[in-house]
Design a protein around this ligand. Structure first.
Ligand code: HEM
Length: 515
């Protein structure tokens, strides 16, 4: 054999060896993949209610909030409750640890949102930041939101929030019996003033009217399993005239209601910006800064903020309900305000850190009845394994925030602000009511300042009581709505200025605010 032939043989042997090795490695990878997926598939699904023939767990799907069931799941199944129906699976996380492990530590896998067929696709909320999937556009938007709403940035909104809380206090002096209407107006004003810089008067007449219906609609349609079409998207093809096609008309009504609510104020700001008149506001700042909001994505921020009005409203309504039922706690907070702030001025947001009891009372209001009992659902991007259980790709994952609010809390159903002043205090509710991980509510600081402004002003200047024994009994029986945002249904109580001087102080501060 000559040297050329020898080198050709060696080269071909080398190639052969290389190819053999490569195939071997590939084979190992495939085997490993098959082994892993086989062993993954061999793992059990998390525990949960026994599925029924054909319909699986359709009847157990969390289509509305059932507080008893939320606690039962935690007691019966432990950290995880799994259910599935018609190819749609839901995993409920019942402990702080499971939520932190999955939403915080495995954020890349657990930050997606499920497909909201009714609310997102049929009613047009698909571009709302809270519902969009975890993609590049979302990440960019999130950065902007965090920039505009972080703890420092929101300080610039404190004066607006204080002024509007004052307008509310004045409405309590003049028309105390209409306090829930006043509250709705207040929050509509805050949202519109901060979001758009719209003046308070414009806000009243033009933009607030439909807000409440729209919020209730969104709240109803965004729980997993609220509509069958969410579980089985192919049902969209059922014609409207066919039996079971009635949801098309509901979707169309919802679409226009949401569209009008969202676009009118947004267009107003854009027009004002064109002529250089828009005052500083969240949307004006973002529109001026960011291309992302100019094209297709223009509803996103607005929708995010619209949800906010509902959540803040619900929290404050619960505050009034609890104050009417607990005059002793109210008096303790008033004593602290009188000592720290005095009776010659009303409290400001900047006073908050010097008011431990008022803060504890606010935390207990947020814990006693969490307004977002199931937060906003997530979806798994890939198959996963947790605590020896298989979690299939596409599972809708719901944190059982209600269970978190009741855990590690002695006598959880009682209203006790003092528990947040004890050395072994429970977790701060702000750590769970605003969501978790990469999708935690960006409006958290704004919301807390707003709640504080109204709570502190009300406590400083008013007494909230039931008018009589019958009203007290009715207050104790108040029902709560069962949607994504859970709010007390209409209730009444008696609100009176603590003294003639308090009423005078509110009137004077209001005059001075220039509203
Ligand atoms: C008491 C008041 C509020 C509560 C209880 C609340 C609660 C929540 C919750 C539970 C989420 C879902 C978080 C998750 O998926 O983990 C959320 C998302 C969101 N919130 Fe809030 N929120 C409040 C006020 C606000 C305010 C004032 C704003 C805006 C100024 C706001 C803007 C948003 C936005 C844009 C999202 C979507 C975030 C995302 O999907 O990445 N919220 N909120």
């Amino acid at each position: 054999m000559d040297t050329t032939t020898l080198s050709t043989v060696l080269a071909s042997a080398g190639e052969h060896l290389y190819l053999t090795c490569a195939l071997g490695v590939l084979g190992l990878v495939v085997l490993r993949y098959l082994y892993t997926s086989k062993s993954r598939n061999a793992l059990p699904l998390p525990p949960g209610p026994t599925p029924r023939p054909l319909i699986g767990n359709l009847l157990e799907m969390p289509s509305s909030v059932d507080w008893g069931l939320l606690e039962k799941w935690r007691d019966q199944y432990g950290e995880l409750t799994y259910m599935s129906a018609l190819g749609y699976s839901v995993l409920v996380l019942n402990s702080e640890r499971a939520v932190a492990d999955l939403f915080d530590r495995r954020g890349e896998l657990y930050s997606h949102r499920p497909r909201f067929v009714m609310a997102g696709e049929m009613m047009g909320l698909g571009k709302c930041m809270a519902l969009i999937d975890y993609n590049a556009q979302y990440k960019q938007l999130r950065k902007l939101c965090q920039h505009a709403l972080n703890a420092d940035a929101v300080r610039k909104y404190h004066p607006v929030q204080e002024a509007i809380a004052l307008a509310f206090a004045r409405s309590l002096v003049r028309e105390p019996e209409k306090f829930l209407d006043g509250l709705r107006l207040t929050l509509g004003r805050v949202v519109l003033a901060i979001t758009y810089g719209l003046s308070v008067d414009t806000a009243d007449s033009e933009y607030i009217a439909e807000a409440e219906d729209t919020l209730a609609l969104i709240s109803r349609t965004t729980l997993p399993g609220a509509h069958l079409v969410d579980l089985l998207p192919s049902l969209q093809r059922i014609p409207e005239w066919a039996p079971g096609g009635g949801f098309h008309a509901e979707a169309r009504r919802g679409f226009w209601q949401i569209y009008n609510f969202v676009t009118r104020p947004f267009d107003h700001v854009k027009k004002q910006m064109e002529v250089g008149l828009a005052p500083s506001s969240f949307v004006a700042d973002l529109l001026g800064d960011a291309d992302i909001l100019k094209g297709d994505g223009e509803y996103d921020v607005e929708d995010g903020i619209k949800w906010a009005a509902g959540t803040i409203y619900a929290t404050l309504a619960i505050f009034f309900l609890l104050m009417a039922l607990h005059p002793d706690k109210q008096a303790a907070a008033q004593r602290e305000l009188d000592t720290v702030v005095g009776q010659e001025r009303l409290p400001r947001v900047a006073d908050r850190e010097r008011l431990p009891y008022v803060n504890a009372l606010m935390q207990e209001v947020m814990r006693w009845h969490v307004v977002t009992p199931l937060s906003i659902a997530r979806r798994t991007a890939e198959d996963d394994v947790y605590n020896g259980y298989r979690i299939p790709k596409g599972t809708v994952v719901v944190p059982n925030v209600w269970a978190l609010s009741q855990m590690n809390c002695e006598d959880a159903q009682s209203f006790k602000p003092e528990r947040f002043l004890a050395p072994d205090k429970p977790a701060n509710p702000a750590e769970y009511i605003f969501g978790f991980g990469r999708r935690i509510c960006p409006g958290k600081y704004l919301a807390e300042a707003n709640i504080f402004a109204v709570v502190a002003n009300t406590l400083a200047a008013f007494d909230v009581r039931p008018a009589d024994a019958a009203q007290e009994a009715a207050l104790r029986a108040t029902a709560f709505s069962r949607g994504l945002v859970s709010c007390p249904e209409n209730f009444r109580c008696k609100i009176t200025p603590r003294s003639a001087r308090s009423a005078e102080l509110v009137e004077q501060a209001y005059e001075a605010s220039g509203l």
